[in-house]
Ligand binder design. Structure first.
Ligand code: SF4
Length: 578
């Protein structure tokens, strides 16, 4: 259904004064470890700049996630913020966090590649992130409930928001990739909302991003949602009163239409979900079909050199969606409307352009997966341009031959991140993975021989999995240890909208159970199985397996800090094969 909204833009003297540009703030909220700049707001800034060129528009991107970590570290160093990690005292924690940040900002040069030092600083850095996020997520929830917070917390959020307030946006658009950003985004939205700017216009709030696109019912975020605080597990916040526009799907078309309407969506705005007459209505999303027509992402407001990697590492998306789309546990493919690819020549040319603009030689291709053919074509184009870049990519371990790896290595590929999942042929078949363990092993070894590092994603506890199958995966990983550089291990999670969720009987799931304390954007469910390992057994076996898995990787932090892993893999003396 298309939404035809009443004009709710109270106080928005929208575009009456043509000489005053509409100001759009694109915000990436906390809290994700900031090792590279966020791609979503850089892409939207470039799109709005091109699509609304000459229409009186000022767009600025704000990475409040990076600012949050930087500000916290600064406050810690000044003694304004006090926390202690791993049983150390407050002063030691402040010193160690400062040293870790300097280390990751490259202040110790080549020492970054000393693995013992790296691991020590990474432990402090990730620990700092966890403690900080727990503390400020709690403050964010209190702000949402209007409860008192320490003066420090109020000042911290005020300072964080100051650059956005100084910009006086008409629209603050929050890009939310991960569920842990939700409370921060809502609290920041509450502090932004309703503020009058010098033109007597109020700041309106838009939310969008992958988190909402995979929700079967994103409109539920516009109702009172549970935001537990203290002992009040069932406390609710009216998020719909804070969010003026919710977007699902790819953001370009919807945001452009909203901006062109002067933020008055009287006609259908693609991908907009909103409340009308007390009911939630959703406009169908639209996407830019021809990726070659997209402008190059604009990172000028989030300079790549400011992030926590010793040299800049840029994210790049060369295709949208997944060409495979068959894995039964997955909902990633729902983030995008259709699968489509940028021309390989355009991808290579744009990476070179970005490299020159921002002095970045390292790229993480964040496509859902690259097929062998596409990797080969992009590699050929990069070699033709003598690009001299280094890059990583995600892939499904099927159909890759040694020649593709050799060509890709010549083009600068140094890290592949593989969806291996399991070593049981029966389970792989049931998952719809389309891979075969012996072939996977060959592929890993061939990549390794070509000088490409391998990060493996492994999933335990897929429904019907037996203990014997689980152990066969551990044995398989042991048998490929020479070709394994990092492991990301997880347990199966039943996600609403996945094939397993839609056809539970096929996977021997006899009951799907809603979670009483559901995170409002979570699509995870509990379940009971009719055969194979149950949820409790999976948790127990998973804990037992961790020690066996821990010796398999070069660094326990690489699976989380993938930009750092790419830098290690690109540092030639570190490579196993020269
Ligand atoms: S797991 Fe990866 S390869 Fe499989 S459908 Fe999802 S995105 Fe595609």
């Amino acid at each position: 259904m298309h939404a035809h909204l009443l004009d709710r833009s109270v106080g928005l003297k929208a575009r009456e004064d043509a000489s005053s540009p509409l100001r759009i703030a694109l915000i990436f909220p906390p809290a994700v470890l900031p090792t590279s700049p966020p791609l979503g707001i850089a892409s939207l800034k470039a799109w709005l700049g091109a699509a609304c060129c000459g229409q009186g528009l000022e767009v600025r991107a704000f990475d409040l996630n990076l600012s949050y970590f930087e500000q916290a570290a600064r406050w810690l160093g000044e003694g304004r913020l006090r926390m202690s990690l791993r049983k150390t005292d407050i002063e030691t924690t402040a010193r160690e966090v400062g040293e870790a940040l300097d280390f990751f900002r490259g202040k110790e040069g080549e020492a970054f590649f000393e693995l013992d030092s790296y691991n020590r600083h990474a432990a402090v850095y990730t620990g700092f992130g966890s403690v900080l996020n727990g503390l400020f997520d709690n403050f964010a929830r209190k702000i949402l409930h209007g409860l008192p917070t320490p003066a420090l917390a109020g000042k911290f959020f005020d300072d964080l928001l100051e650059p956005v307030r100084a910009f006086e946006p008409d629209l603050a658009g929050f890009s939310i990739l991960f569920s842990q950003q939700l409370h921060f985004a809502l609290a920041l939205a509450k502090l932004c909302k309703g503020r009058q700017n010098c033109l007597d216009r109020q700041t309106r709030i838009a939310f969008g991003g992958a988190t909402f696109s995979v929700m079967p019912d994103p409109g539920r975020i516009l109702s009172p949602i549970p935001v537990p605080v203290g002992n009040e597990r069932a406390a609710r916040v009216d998020a719909g009163a804070l969010i003026d526009y919710l977007f699902v799907g790819e953001g370009e078309k919807g945001l452009e239409a909203l901006v062109k309407s002067g933020l008055r969506p009287g006609t259908g705005i693609p991908g907009l979900v909103c409340k009308m007459d007390g009911k939630i209505v959703s406009n169908p999303p639209e996407a830019v079909f021809d990726l070659d027509s997209l402008p190059v992402p604009d990172f000028s407001d989030t300079p790549p050199g400011a992030y926590h990697s010793p040299v800049p590492v840029l994210p790049y998306l060369s295709s949208r969606g997944c060409p495979w789309r068959r894995c039964a546990f997955c909902t990633h493919q729902k983030t995008y409307l259709h699968y489509r690819e940028e021309g390989a020549g355009a991808s290579a040319a744009r990476m070179v352009e970005l490299s020159k603009s921002y002095g970045a030689a390292h790229f993480c291709l964040v496509d859902e997966m690259l097929t062998p053919r596409r990797l080969e074509k992009i590699s050929e184009e990069l070699v033709q341009r003598s690009a001299g870049l280094r890059f990583s990519a995600y892939a499904r371990p099927a159909g890759f031959c040694p020649e593709v790896f050799e060509k890709a290595h010549r083009a600068g590929l140094r890290l592949l991140m593989w969806g291996v999942e399991s070593a049981s042929p029966r389970l792989l078949d049931l998952m719809g993975k389309g891979t075969e363990p012996r072939a996977v092993k060959n592929i890993l070894h061939n990549a390794d021989r070509a000088g490409i590092w391998n990060l493996l994603f492994v999933m335990f506890g897929f429904p019907t999995e037996t203990e014997a199958e689980w152990l066969s995966t551990l044995d398989f990983l042991d048998s490929c240890r020479e070709a394994v550089d990092a492991l990301s291990r997880s347990r199966f999670i039943l996600l609403e909208g996945s094939r397993v969720f839609l056809d539970p009987g096929r996977y021997a799931i006899r009951r799907i159970i809603d979670r009483p304390q559901r995170d409002p954007v979570s699509i995870a469910y509990d379940y009971e199985v009719a055969e194979g390992l149950g949820m409790d057994e999976v948790s127990k076996l998973f804990r037992q397996s961790l020690s066996r898995l821990s010796g398999l990787e070069r660094s326990p932090w690489f699976a989380q800090l993938r930009e750092h892993m790419l830098l290690y893999a690109s540092n030639e003396p570190c490579a196993r094969v020269s």
